[in-house]
Design a protein around this ligand. Structure first.
Ligand SMILES: NC(=O)c1ccc[n+]([C@@H]2O[C@H](COP(=O)([O-])OP(=O)(O)OC[C@H]3O[C@@H](n4cnc5c(N)ncnc54)[C@H](O)[C@@H]3O)[C@@H](O)[C@H]2O)c1
Length: 275
């Protein structure tokens, strides 16, 4: 049986990761959006990849559990890339919490049950989460890291949110923090889990962000950064390949910031991010 690569979310980053890592593996692609799923699967099959599709709603435990079991039935699940997400310019507050916060927590829970020994997972967080870490109180971070998934929405820091942009930043910080905690359960299976925090990446989501209220400050921050450019899906796929691959077997429970230097520019006082 071939090893199984699971890619959850077939947007710009998901497709790039599937192409980068999928050769010689059974690729299980999962997304909520069936037409997008079918389109990406057809394109990959046309290029010689062995692809299966599963519809999933990452905000539902039953759905994520069914995906994890379906993937494991196809062979040893050695690589999981969780890229599904909603940006606050695409979706309202409730949907951002459901997908970006609860969805990540469910994927960490359910894939911990099926990941193969020696396997690895990567969760796509965001530099928005890295930035949020500068202002969130330690006790809120502790709660985000350790509260059982089914109780997350009731945390005061979540229940009191009234802005999708704040929800996105907190959810992405929670993704980084929950990966830390999840590294223990994944480690008990001899598997690793990391997060990867992109900066502004030129996918449909990134373009929507650049066209939104924060677009001007994001462009200015990119221009002030060490690289001075937008990221590409290929930049993210290369970093994900490293984190999921044989060069990273001592790396787990931590985040890799892949932002072209934007956060460094912000922290150096050369740029600001936000509305
Ligand atoms: N593009 C950027 O600039 C950027 C920057 C930082 C972080 N990110 C994060 O990177 C990840 C990938 O982003 P992308 O640019 O590829 O986005 P994208 O919008 O191209 O793809 C996201 C995919 O997630 C899927 N999805 C949404 N809700 C879902 C649900 N409930 N269940 C299953 N699938 C669902 C969508 O259908 C879509 O195919 C996201 O988590 C995003 O928050 C993106």
């Amino acid at each position: 049986m071939s090893e199984v690569l699971v890619v959850i979310g077939v947007g710009g980053m998901g497709e790039a990761i599937a192409r980068r890592l999928g050769a010689g593996r059974t690729v299980v692609l999962a997304d909520f959006d069936v037409p997008a799923l079918d389109r990406v699967a057809e394109a990959l099959r046309g290029d010689g990849f062995a692809v299966h599709t599963e519809q999933v709603d990452v905000s539902s435990r039953e759905s994520v559990q069914a995906l994890a079991r379906a993937a494991a039935a196809r062979g040893p699940v050695t690589q999981v890339a969780h890229t599904a997400g909603l940006s606050p310019v695409q979706a309202p507050l409730e949907a951002v919490i459901a997908v970006d916060l609860v969805g990540v927590a469910l994927v960490l829970d359910e894939f911990a049950e099926v990941i193969a020994p020696g396997g690895a997972g990567v969760v796509i967080a965001s530099m928005a989460g890295t930035q949020a870490s500068d202002s969130l109180p330690a006790e809120v971070e502790h709660d985000l890291a350790t509260t059982p998934t089914d109780e997350l929405r009731a945390l005061p820091a979540i229940a009191g949110l009234d802005h999708a942009g704040h929800a996105y930043a907190i959810a992405k910080r929670a993704a980084q923090l929950r990966v830390r905690t999840a590294s223990l359960a994944w480690g008990r299976r001899s598997a690793r889990i990391t997060s990867l925090s992109p900066g502004v990446i030129s996918t449909p989501m990134g373009q929507a962000e650049l066209a939104g209220d924060s677009g001007a400050s994001m462009r200015a921050a990119v221009e002030a950064s060490g690289t001075g450019r937008l990221g590409t899906s290929a930049d993210i796929a290369a970093a994900a390949a490293f984190l999921l691959g044989p060069e990273a077997t001592f790396i787990t429970g931590t985040d890799l910031l892949v932002d072209g230097g934007v956060i460094a520019a912000v922290r150096a006082g050369a740029a600001t991010l936000g509305g």
